[in-house]
Design a protein around this ligand. Sequence first.
Ligand SMILES: [Cu+2]
Length: 524
Amino acid sequence: MRSSILHAAVMAAACAAFIAPSRVQAQDEPPSPPRDLGAPYNAPAEVRTGAGGVFRAAITASDGGLLGGGRTMPTVVYNGRINADVLRMDPGDSLDIVVRNALRPDSANYKFVSWTNFHYHGFNVSPMPPADNVTFIRIGRDSSFHYQFRLPQSISPGLYWYHPHPHGISQMQVQRGMSGPISVGNVLEKVGYSSYIPERFLMFRDFSYVGTNSPTASCWGPSNVPYPLMNGQPLTHMTMEAGGTQFWRIANVGSDRVFNLKVRNTRGGRMQFRVIARDGNAVAEQYVTDSIYLVPGNRWEVLVKGPILPTDTLELYSEAVRRDAGCVMPRVTFAWITSFRFLRSPAAPVALTMLGSPEQADTIRMLREAVTVHRDTMNFTQNPDSFFINKVTYNPNRIDKTIAIGEVQEWDLNNDSNDLHAFHIHQGDFLVVAERDSGSTAWRPVTRKERLDTVFMPRGGGVRVRFVYTDPRLAGLFVYHCHMLFHEDRGMMQNLCLYDPDPNKGPASAQCANPSGGGHGMMH
Ligand SMILES: [Cu+2]
């Protein structure tokens, strides 16, 4: 009932607010506020943990209707909404989630809906069915899969997200709407805030009028107008209490596009973001930035302070991001923010601390100080049709890398191409310990205050990461890949076998085999 009304309202708002010439600008010139500041902030609906710590959800993937001002494109969505539900759960919960594939092929959505599956991006849980598996589980049309697993008590509170991961067709499913946020526990409490702070989910996605099934190939050309959305809307009018604080939970839940988010006051000056968590990891120590760089998959959780003057207007926008020599993802305005003042006495100011998560600080210190590290190099390259890691495209039947629980890994991730890439690894997080600038051969050590699960790889440069899997329950087969899904679908992914060295657990090959007994991609 509520879903269809909400959905209709979202679509109507999306169409009404789309003003192409003023939203997407060729140059980086700041626009002045338009008369119509956009549709009201669109809070996602929520599914919450039930009695006894059991989180139950029924999630159906289906057609979501048409979206877009003037020109329209079909969407595919979860539970009827392109502004997908927040799954709000707690560490230690038992998850009981039924995902159903009710997608329908038609001439407009090509051939990308024949099967699907469901990935819990960022979760440190088992990669084997019936948990967070994307290689053995295929949910065919009119079928469903019952995911059952427990969130570890030790999982970091923070923002995660869900999306399908069907190799070869994942880009189109995600870009057309199938993705949404997962909130675990209370990350503000983890870094020292005890009072309530108003929360906003800001879910960014790319969405384009695609004639070719290839948004990146035509580089946002005339046949392929980009239509980026925040919470399913092209333009949003947000409000903040003058001098008040909000907790923004930001994610790039799209398929291919990079955003560089900033907030400016139209009177002058930039908003500072106080960083609480990234990629579902509380920071070891809070810090401040004025720029939020989001590759597909990244999450940032930040505290923002509203303008002091009730007359101020702020603009939330993404700067233009250069993709390669001939291609720029243009500047885009996502929201206008105006402030209000309560008639009653203003809310008690939030005491901003500089605390962080002691557990994350310990993990980061352990990774930095590790003496025995297992090194490897992953080279990301491409040609117009295929995308490679170490010169090969993805083969579901080949295990590319085998590592043991407890081994500290150090991987050099080299972007030997003239395009952007975004490294993502499943079931865990890594620490960036060094970077290599575009065109340079020298690694520059860096000190980071957080771990990530997805990282931007600069053109012609590289990123050196360290990570360790310590929980034997994570053993099994999973993947690492480029999270620009056009690249992943065309080969930029590999299989990783993580095995438990305990001799009672059997050989690695057995620990990473398909539990249904079939080959890869056989479980329905
Ligand atoms: Cu890539």
